[in-house]
Design a protein around this ligand. Structure first.
Ligand SMILES: *Cc1c(COP(=O)(O)O)cnc(C)c1O
Ligand SMILES: [Zn+2]
Length: 407
């Protein structure tokens, strides 16, 4: 196989086929250099988006060419940022199954309900997608020490990918982070600090210490390449649905990288002509916890940016993000797609975990179960129709959240 995964590397790659050209400020569009490590934009302090020569990429990234490629997200090599295969740090992430959820769907008269099962990624969550690209770019730039504030799964993924790359991972998590996340970081050799506070407090600690310690900050959307790994969710949906898109995507948001990444992917797919220009895009619905719903509130009140959710609490640690730097990008995608924002309670998440598990054999993370709770609300409100093709995202494995189930 031309793109076989050998010795942890994407082999068979021909140099010169990576088409990253520069980075753009996601707020004002000002271009930034992609040849040096970057965090947020110098102009606005907002996320930077990687830009590619998509016309050049389209010459080799075709539907046919994809058929024989490696079954990981690195199959979309032309639109991923890393220059040389030598720098690709991989554990086999991505290209997770899009499972038909026919038994669950039948309960609601739905025949086209799917679960994108991201629990099957290395480290048991879709955070692996972002970390494979971010750590690979860090390797390309010769960085040795990476730091991250995390609600849990990003920490586990960074720890694993940093170990794989022979780098140091410095991890800051709230003290009440699920135990699985703390243990997995320790067992993959990371430096772990637990903080009495929220992910925002952890972020402040990284910001305060990073210069003196020589750490590179890989916080969500505060470096450009985690979103590039996450955007492959959008590429995979299109490819797995035989180059069609779902009508509706229900996705649990914390920092929003996945939602923002997918929306970027749908634009790129059209420019690459993998999808026809002007194709009908999915309606994007974000799901948050009632105890931490800054995006839901901002969506409902028509704000461009989201105010911090004070006193944030939820057992779905991935959703415990009271303030996100990409808030305006999430809100824009929800509005442009004619989607929406829904809050669900922790109790609903726990009930839905068992419903999904017993019906479909998928032991979902509470964040994933939240999507099913939201689906019920959307159907009840006739916001979406039972005949829609709907994709729910199970973003992580229930195994990482045993505390939530009385354990
Ligand atoms: C981080 C995380 C989320 C939120 O993802 P974003 O892309 O940051 O919005 C959802 N679910 C799980 C399991 C997570 O780990
Ligand atoms: Zn700007």
């Amino acid at each position: 196989m031309r793109f076989a995964l050998a010795a942890g590397r994407v082999s068979g790659w021909l140099a010169g086929r990576v088409h990253l050209t520069h980075l753009d400020c996601s707020l004002c569009g000002k271009p930034h250099d992609a040849a040096t490590p970057q965090n947020v934009s110098a102009c606005c302090g907002k996320p930077l988006f990687a830009r590619y020569d998509l016309a050049a990429a389209a010459r080799t990234l075709t539907r046919d060419a994809l058929r024989g490629r490696v079954k990981s997200l690195w199959r979309y090599r032309e639109v991923l940022p890393v220059k040389s295969d030598e720098d690709v740090v991989t554990l086999g992430e991505g290209f997770t199954p899009l499972l038909p959820a026919s038994r669950l769907g039948a309960r609601h008269g739905m025949t086209r309900l799917f679960i994108k099962d991201e629990a099957q990624n290395p480290t048991g969550s879709f955070k692996a997608r972002g970390m494979t690209t971010a750590v690979s770019m860090a390797k390309q730039f010769g960085l040795k020490k990476l730091a991250v504030p995390s609600a849990g799964n990003a920490a586990g993924a960074l720890a694993a990918y940093a170990a794989r790359a022979g780098m140091e991972a410095h991890i800051f998590m709230p003290r009440d982070t699920p135990r699985a996340n703390v243990v997995e970081c320790e067992q993959t050799g990371a430096f772990v600090t637990l903080i009495d506070g929220l992910i925002t407090d952890c972020g402040a600690e990284v910001a305060r210490r990073k210069t003196a310690e020589g750490w590179f900050d890989v916080s969500t959307l505060k470096e450009p390449y985690r979103a590039e790994g996450k955007k492959t969710l959008g590429y995979e949906l299109a490819e797995q649905l035989e180059w069609e898109l779902p009508d509706v995507i229900v996705y649990p948001t914390g920092g929003g990288t996945g939602l923002i990444g997918m929306w970027k992917a749908f634009e790129e797919l059209q420019q690459l002509r993998l999808l026809p220009a002007g194709v009908k895009l999915p309606r994007m619905f974000t799901v948050q916890a009632t105890g931490c719903q800054p995006i839901v509130r901002a969506f409902e009140t028509g704000e461009k940016f989201a105010a911090e959710h004070l006193g944030a609490h939820t057992k779905a640690s991935g959703l415990r993000v009271p303030k996100a730097i990409g808030d305006f990008l999430m809100l824009r995608a929800l509005r442009d797609s004619h989607g929406g924002a829904i809050a669900v309670t922790d109790e609903e998440m726990i009930t839905c975990t068992k419903e999904i598990g017993a019906a479909e054999g998928v032991f979902a993370a509470p964040e994933g179960a939240a999507c099913y709770a939201a689906l019920k609300q959307l159907l009840a409100a006739k916001e979406i129709s039972a005949s829609d093709r709907v994709v729910l995202f199970n973003t992580g494995s229930g195994l990482k959240y045993l505390e939530c189930f009385g354990g």
